[in-house]
Ligand binder design. Structure first.
Ligand code: ZN
Length: 207
């Protein structure tokens, strides 16, 4: 998805190949290739015990350009978990403005208009309640009444996420970025698994 990247902390939950963790590269990811590491290996395989990049490993599997781009990534605390952030803003939070600029930018490393409009087309065509589509649209426009948004409007409220307490509750955090929310999503999907396998193929079907 446009702008979404993994910010690597301890590297334990981000795959070297496939996951979006190198925003400076054209596809924001390292494409799979033959090498000394398993395709499913996580980024922590590229760290030594003190959290520094293992250059001898990287030089065997990555190009000089890829290594140079990775070296430019901010050095995050290795004791933190990996998390999703929004690559189009300096603070890592989602804003509509950054999305708008990305969509209208000619920078080839950012998603094209085509990719973006196809997302909204898919949303409008979803076989779901209008109120759900409206919710998704409001989330995309960053106009949901999150604690962060309410505080910005002058309401005396704690703007931290009620679930994790670790970050300001923005639309992006509440729907995607919060580790707590993501583990709830994972649990929900697990429960839905047998139902989906049982033949409810109509879910999400286009009208
Ligand atoms: Zn949270």
């Amino acid at each position: 998805m446009l702008g979404l990247v993994r910010t690597v902390g301890n590297g334990e939950a981000t795959r070297i190949f496939g996951d979006l963790w190198v925003p400076g590269l054209e596809y924001r990811r390292l494409l799979p290739r033959e090498g000394i590491l398993d395709f499913k290996a996580n980024v922590n395989c590229l760290f030594d015990v003190s959290g520094r990049w293992r250059m001898e490993v990287m030089q065997q599997i990555l190009s000089a350009e890829e290594i140079a781009t990775i070296m430019k990534l901010p050095h995050n605390a290795r004791r933190c978990d990996d998390r999703w952030t929004w690559a189009l803003t300096s603070h890592g939070g989602f804003t509509v403005k950054s999305t708008y600029h990305a969509c209208h930018s000619s920078t080839p490393s950012l998603a094209t208009d085509v990719e973006y409009s196809s997302v909204w087309q898919a949303v409008w065509k979803m076989n779901t309640l209008p109120i759900t589509k409206l919710f998704m649209w409001r989330a995309g426009k960053d106009i949901l009444p999150t604690a962060g948004a309410l505080q910005k409007r002058g309401i005396d409220i704690n703007d931290l996420c009620l679930l994790c307490g670790a970050e300001v509750e923005t639309c992006f955090h509440a729907l995607v970025g919060c580790e707590q929310v993501r583990s709830n999503h994972a649990m929900g999907l697990k429960k839905l698994g047998p139902i989906l396998d049982g033949g409810s193929k109509d879910l999400g079907k286009e009208e």
